[in-house]
Design a protein around this ligand. Structure first.
Ligand code: 1CP
Length: 346
């Protein structure tokens, strides 16, 4: 039962008495209890054990006092169900055994049947919706970002093979976008049906594209995804890194909330996306390594801009780093609450 719906109200641009806050990667290696769990289970094994996965998801909510939970999983989880084997390597990230190289590899990708392919995901969501008093955010990777791992075979700096396929073999590229688009729609719909109250689509690496290329090669798929998920009536969040120059184009996706990183001030982000959507962000997670006074100064500046209009959710501009101190995040969370409550009372 949701008792604290601040996050959902902020997503819908309704009035709030204080600014809601949650953090990308709020469950992870910076937590001593997560490190303990990881001694017994790999990341994927955590996902496959609903009781364990639910506890890992709940732990930052209890420890930090954030206003939303995000399902513990990884963007690669449904990729296995499409028939592409992967591994998550420590301190590196996802690695694909046989990256997509030719038409054949793409044609072989299977549509997913969420309930039979990934039953543990929905079992975890069901446990969480019983236990949580804050909304649960379900998520998926976006087609471009997923394609970058599937084509490069792992994390990449330049996305050379990805862009070579996109620019050089557009027919194949669109076939891949279509298949991944179908997967994202099916997967997120099933997460909401199991109990997720909002969804976030992580397009972490799409900021590597120029706006015109984004509009041509990615936007149609994102429009289709957001349109087909609109009947779920849950907030739909779209996030990427270094997307300042893409924001005016992003609006055309039809998402309800846009997540931005620290490279674009909240006020500029708002000017670019307009008044009909909400904004989420955007403290540089590296700032958490500075003394508290500096963290506070920067959080204040973000909140001051955030409260200028309804529809603001405080977050980091990207995920929590593994070396972050738990105390610093606890302090930030309660600071966002107390400072924004005072500021909103005016
Ligand atoms: O083994 C571990 O414990 C390592 C770290 C880790 C964690 C905690 C990985 C490997 N994935 C996750 C969980 C995870 N991944 C979550 C759930 C937790 C939460 O937010 O509280 C989420 C939402 C993701 C999503 C994810 N995975 C993204 C999108 C968000 C982002 O950070 O940009 C991406 C790009 C991935 C791929 C991935 N998985 C793991 C790593 C280290 C990476 C990034 C690799 C790279 O730099 O390309």
């Amino acid at each position: 039962m949701i008792e604290n719906d601040l996050f959902l109200r902020a997503c819908r641009r309704e009035p709030v008495e204080r600014i809601p806050v949650w953090y990308m990667r709020q469950a992870g290696r910076y937590q001593p209890d997560y490190r303990e769990v990881r001694k017994k289970y790999s990341l994927i094994e955590i996902c496959e054990h609903p009781e364990v996965c639910a506890q890992v998801t709940l732990s930052p909510v209890q420890q930090l006092g954030v206003d939303a939970a995000i399902l513990f999983s990884d963007i690669m989880v449904p990729i296995g169900a499409m028939g592409l084997a992967f591994d998550i390597q420590k301190d590196h990230g996802p690695v694909i055994e046989q990256p997509l190289r030719q038409a054949n590899d793409i044609e072989r990708l299977k549509p997913i049947d969420p309930e039979s392919d990934l039953p543990y995901v929905f079992e975890t969501i069901k446990i969480l919706t019983r236990e949580l008093k804050v909304p649960l955010i379900g998520f998926s990777g976006a087609p471009f970002t997923l394609a970058s791992y599937m084509i490069e075979g792992g994390p990449s700096r330049d996305y050379l093979r990805t862009k070579a396929l996109m620019y050089g073999e557009p027919k194949l590229w669109y076939m891949l976008m279509d298949r991944l688009g179908d997967m994202v729609i099916t997967y997120l719909r099933a997460q909401v049906q199991a109990g997720a109250s909002a969804i976030q689509i992580f397009d972490s690496w799409v900021g590597s594209l120029a706006p015109d290329d984004y509009a041509e090669y990615v936007l149609p798929t994102m429009q289709r995804i957001f349109t087909q998920l609109s009947d779920l009536h849950v907030p739909r969040i779209y996030f990427g890194v270094t997307t300042g120059e893409l924001l005016t184009t992003f609006v055309k996706t039809g998402a309800d909330v846009f997540g931005v990183d620290w490279r674009v001030p909240i006020r500029s982000a708002r000017a670019r996306v307009g008044r009909n959507v909400a904004i989420q962000g955007n403290l540089d997670p590296a700032v958490l390594f500075a003394p508290w006074a500096e963290v506070q100064r920067r959080a204040e500046a973000i909140i001051d801009m955030g409260i200028e209009q309804p529809g603001f959710i405080f977050n980091l501009g990207h995920g929590v780093f593994p070396a972050t101190s738990v105390e610093q995040l606890q302090r930030l969370t309660s600071f966002v609450h107390t400072y924004s409550e005072r500021a909103l009372r005016g």
